[in-house]
Design a binder for this molecule. Structure first.
Ligand code: G4F
Length: 347
């Protein structure tokens, strides 16, 4: 605490959730210390777009450098630490399994150790994930559903999740794990499927490209919520009187195909599907143009076919509800990308 202000440290400040969370905490009058990786390809574009870049104190941070984490915690003694830093792209985790395990598994252990040794009053939030449910053992998934991760990413995140539980039980570290289902926004990176769809469709709609959008598995289903809603829940977890694990989701599931169709409506596409599996295409009946094509290059070695979470515990204990539903989320994202495309700032 400085000058009566609570201090929040956010790792992964340049990412989608980092921006929404920083904005939320600044509105609550926190002093926000934003941790970012020097030399990372990420820029501060999202923080600029939120209009909060100059309000955040930016600090160099390296998830794999234990000494750096120890120094930061010893020096700043934050009231709250939100760990949003990760190798967060599931598909990349098969190409970089070792790095993913180091960053998403060991990196979290480094932070927990640094808290335990140098800043034991810091409350810790870990960005856990529905990918830990993977090949789902129960529908819908709750905090009690057994885990079955299907990617090096999911396995690494599971290690971090159990470390949080263990450090809280063993050393009294206030470590919470938010099992967040997919959460999206206009600030989402374009490697993720929702934003890949809205950015590409916006380009077709505004005449910037004639190339069809290439996608992998159209039939996988996800429980998609809005990042801006979910960051509130991260904060609520740390205000509660005891650390715990919560599923954060909308309780609805939709396929990639449905997201494509919904986004297409806002681009005036009259979508019709033809062919099957790797030969499937989506045609805009009005123009006869192929706007979507399946490319097996985007299939995953092991797919998570369906995720749907039950957010009942978050509702009951923390009085939290997702406010933005599937259609509104899709609309928000496609309209934002159409605007950006028109202004020539779609990056
Ligand atoms: O948008 P995605 O890449 O997200 P994914 O893999 O579900 O992971 C996201 O959500 C997790 C929470 O459950 C987070 F932990 C994680 O960090 C990340 O935020 O893919 C969603 C689905 C997959 O089934 C994928 O196979 O979309 C399918 N898909 C089909 N075509 C595609 C594509 N995904 C991507 N990224 N690109 C495609 O062309």
């Amino acid at each position: 605490m400085t000058n009566g202000k609570k201090i929040a440290m956010i790792s992964g400040i340049t990412g989608q959730d980092g921006g929404y969370l920083a904005k939320f905490l600044l509105e609550k009058d926190y002093r926000v210390l934003g941790l970012y990786r020097r030399g990372a390809t990420d820029t501060f574009a999202k923080l600029k777009e939120h209009g909060i870049l100059e309000k955040i104190e930016l600090l160099d941070f390296e998830l794999l450098e234990f000494s750096n984490i120890c120094r930061l915690l010893r020096k700043h003694q934050p009231d709250e630490f939100y760990n949003l830093a990760a190798q967060s792209f599931v598909a990349a985790s098969w190409e970089e399994p070792v790095y993913t395990a180091q960053a998403d598994g060991m990196g979290v252990l480094y932070i927990l150790e640094a808290i335990r040794e140098f800043s034991p009053k810091t409350r810790f939030y870990q960005a856990s994930t529905s990918e830990m449910f993977g090949k789902v053992q129960e529908v819908p998934q709750t905090e009690k559903t057994p885990f079955y991760p299907r990617s090096p990413y999911g396995v690494s995140k599971l290690m971090a999740h159990w470390m949080c539980v263990n450090y809280s039980e063993s050393f009294n570290v206030f470590a919470c794990s938010g099992i967040l289902f997919n959460h999206e926004s206009p600030m989402r990176g374009k490697e993720f499927v929702t934003r890949k769809i809205t950015a590409h469709f916006a380009e077709i709609y505004t005449g910037k490209t004639n190339e069809p959008l290439e996608l992998g598995n159209l039939n996988a289903k996800r429980d998609w919520g809005f990042s801006g809603d979910y960051v509130e829940m991260m904060w609520k977890m740390l205000q509660h009187d005891k650390p715990d694990t919560y599923v954060i989701s909308t309780g609805e599931t939709h396929s990639i195909r449905e997201f494509v169709e919904e986004a297409g409506k806002h681009c005036d596409f009259d979508l019709q599907w033809e062919g099957s599996e790797e030969n499937e295409i989506g045609i805009d009946k009005k123009t006869g143009k192929t706007v979507v094509r399946v490319n097996p290059k985007f299939y995953r070695p092991a797919e998570v076919e369906m995720l749907i979470g039950n957010p009942e515990k978050a509702r009951k204990i923390l009085n939290w509800n997702a406010k933005v539903d599937f259609k509104s989320l899709c609309r928000m994202m496609i309209l934002a990308d159409i605007e950006r495309a028109k202004k020539g700032i779609l990056v």
